[in-house]
Design a protein around this ligand. Structure first.
Ligand code: 8X3
Length: 250
């Protein structure tokens, strides 16, 4: 395997899309700095792919700043993956603490990371940022008001950053997946396995590896090619509210 001399920061790398992306990019010879909150999972990843890891809660301003200070100029590629949905209730029945957490992680932390690394990448003369957005950045659905709002915000931010940095040799990109079977639904439904399982019942969802492959594809393009966005859904999904299932949900 050829070393690329590039280092990628991957947030939310303990599981799901983040972890799969860490495996995939490491296979292409990219050095990985994996971040997340669960140290045991970061340790096991570090052993498997021989990478650096940083245990951090990105919703903590202090911890975030310490991480950014420590990593600084070492990073060439930012995979802004950490994000979550909490609950699927209508706004009037939602917990404020859930709303706040989604805003803190999906918007504040993601934008802060771009804010901190963009000038460093400009100074380096080259760099890539891939923000992990969602089909929820394109559509809205009942029970997803705040999650959709955060992903719409991140998509608008990403597009604007791309326009602003045009001419600086940065590639600002995004992936917008539909249904991917990861811990996403388990977290959304607060550990309720049967509710989480029902989300993917009778259909074939995307896997974390499917999205990792898209991210790797975006990065491996010639430098003059910037894939603005890959929006992908399972073949069984027509929109966030239209899913074809072989068996009804019981
Ligand atoms: C996750 C996709 O459709 O559950 O980002 O909002 S969806």
């Amino acid at each position: 395997m050829m070393k690329t001399n590039k280092t990628a920061l991957i947030t939310g790398a303990t599981s799901g899309i983040g972890r799969a992306t860490a495996y995939k990019l490491a296979q292409s010879g990219i050095e990985i700095v994996a971040t997340g909150r669960r140290e045991d999972q970061l340790k096991s990843l570090a052993q498997e792919i021989n990478c650096e890891y940083y245990c951090v809660d990105l919703t903590s301003e202090f911890e975030r700043e310490q991480m950014i200070k420590k990593l600084g100029k070492k990073i060439d590629i930012v995979i802004n993956n950490a994000g979550l949905a909490l609950g699927k209730d209508e706004v009037s029945a939602s917990e404020w603490s859930d709303i706040q957490k989604m805003i803190d992680l999906n918007i504040t932390a993601a934008i802060k990371i771009c804010h901190a690394f963009t000038p460093l990448l400009i100074e380096k003369g080259e760099g890539d940022i891939i923000n992990v957005c969602s089909v929820a950045g394109h559509w809205t659905y009942s029970g997803g008001a705040v999650y959709c709002a955060t992903k719409h915000a991140l998509r608008a931010f990403t597009q604007t950053l791309r326009e602003e940095t045009c001419g600086k040799n940065l590639r600002i990109m995004q992936v917008s997946p539909g249904m991917v079977e990861t811990e996403f639904s388990l977290i959304r439904f607060k550990g309720d396995h049967s509710q989480a399982k029902q989300v993917y019942a009778g259909m074939t969802p995307l896997t974390a590896d499917d999205i990792a492959r898209q991210i790797s594809f975006m990065l491996e393009q010639h430098r003059h090619v910037c894939i603005d966005e890959i929006l992908s859904m399972p073949t069984d999904q027509g929109s966030p509210t239209k899913v074809s299932r072989k068996a009804p949900i019981d």
